[in-house]
Unconditional design. Structure first.
Length: 381
């Protein structure tokens, strides 16, 4: 069976975790600080704050952006559900906008139509690693006095207009879940160029504590901490950070390897006219966190039938990215939402295996089975 994904972890990551455990300092400490400094340097952002996962990163981002009850935040419904949930956590309302069929990213014209007096921010997702048009959304936010928050959960190592994701705007959130391109088990990071955000995020992730454990530990003078606001325990551990430092060293290589697989798929499916392949426009650089293919109307094999057939041939696949408004939690809260483009994309997309290392035999096996199954049943060359 060829799996849909697997994390690229080696002896080096295992050794780093082992060594960290034996130092006796296992929660947020020196390794977390080192990982933050290296991640900031990698992305080109001034600061980075490590947290327990991307969902908590998004929650803290809502708080530092000043989002609260009564506010609206525009985001895609077609995203992992944590995107919308993070808006609910602060008592605000997610307002779902449509995405572009070619990129799965927010459709700016549709977003603009949904701006009201209550809108405070746009939560911009770089879906499955393909950067959204950050400059255009920043311009829209500036024009309406809105905050821009980037959900870059899937986009570590992706780039937009020659600069890595993480350096463009004031709040960018990353995930290190095993389904993303680099992993620390669970884990998240927020990059920012704002010193105010940096200081507040550090407070909020650790109970609002004025002095962190490491500073207190290293101090030669007595220090007593104060808890200056109600915070959270959203810390990353030093064990995770030690793994993250090793993963970060490999990130550019992992992205290059992923792009080779994506290029091989694109070459193999180029001439099949009943599928739409990912579109990477000039100035956009995807890490291909996932490789999603859309089955056009002239594709006669049903998506789920195709998935079952591929499974029987030893190829694991996943259906298209979920639409949050069709999950029970949101259906109950906000019934009657219709987002035809997002719904169609979810229903007619299929995600193929993509991981590192993937042998050329594996890539060929997936390509052949996919091409055969799709073309056999379709009016499609
Ligand atoms: C994975 C993902 C998240 C959640 O990340 P966690 O680290 O698992 O909390 C949020 N947004 C998007 C777009 C994601 O893909």
């Amino acid at each position: 069976m060829i799996p849909i994904a697997k994390p690229f972890l080696t002896e080096e990551e295992a050794q780093a975790a082992y060594d960290t455990i034996l130092t006796g300092w296992i929660t947020q400490g020196p390794r977390v600080q080192e990982f933050e400094e290296k991640f900031a340097a990698y992305t080109g952002a001034k600061y980075a704050v490590a947290v327990s996962n991307c969902t908590t990163a998004l929650h803290l981002s809502m708080i530092v952006a000043g989002i609260g009850p009564g506010d609206e935040v525009i985001c895609p419904s077609m995203s992992y559900i944590a995107t919308a949930n993070s808006i609910k956590y602060v008592g605000a309302t997610p307002v779902f906008a449509e995405v572009q069929p070619e990129t799965y990213n927010l459709d700016i014209a549709d977003v603009e139509k949904r701006i009201t007096k209550r809108t405070k921010a746009i939560l911009l997702v770089h879906q499955i690693g393909m950067p959204a048009d950050i400059d255009a959304f920043q311009e829209l936010c500036d024009r309406y006095g809105l905050r821009l928050i980037e959900d870059a959960a899937c986009a570590a190592g992706s780039a937009y207009k020659g600069k890595k994701i993480g350096s463009h705007s004031d709040i960018v959130c990353f995930s290190f879940h095993p389904r993303k391109v680099i992993s620390t088990g669970d884990g998240g990071m927020i990059t920012t160029n704002s010193q105010d955000h940096f200081e507040r995020l550090k407070l909020l992730r650790q109970h609002g504590m004025s002095v962190n454990d490491r500073v207190r530990h290293e101090s030669v003078k007595m220090i007593f901490e104060d808890h200056i606001e109600i915070g959270y325990n959203y810390r990353m551990t030093d064990i995770q950070a030690a793994v993250g430092i090793k993963q970060l060293e490999k990130l550019d290589w992992i992205v290059e390897e992923r792009r080779k697989v994506a290029a091989a798929y694109i070459a193999a499916f180029q001439d099949i006219d009943c599928v739409r392949l990912p579109l990477e426009k000039n100035g956009y650089f995807s890490n291909y966190q996932s490789f999603s293919i859309y089955l056009k109307q002239n594709c006669l094999v049903e998506r789920n039938t195709l998935m079952q057939e591929l499974l029987q041939r030893g190829v694991a696949t996943r259906r298209g990215i979920m639409t949050s408004h069709r999950e029970t939690a949101y259906k109950n809260l906000m019934p009657n939402i219709e987002l035809p483009i997002s719904q169609d994309l979810q229903d007619r997309s299929i995600i193929l295996p993509l991981f590192v290392p993937m042998t050329s035999e594996e890539v060929e096996t997936v390509s052949n089975h996919f091409a055969q199954t799709v073309t056999a049943a379709s009016i499609c060359s």
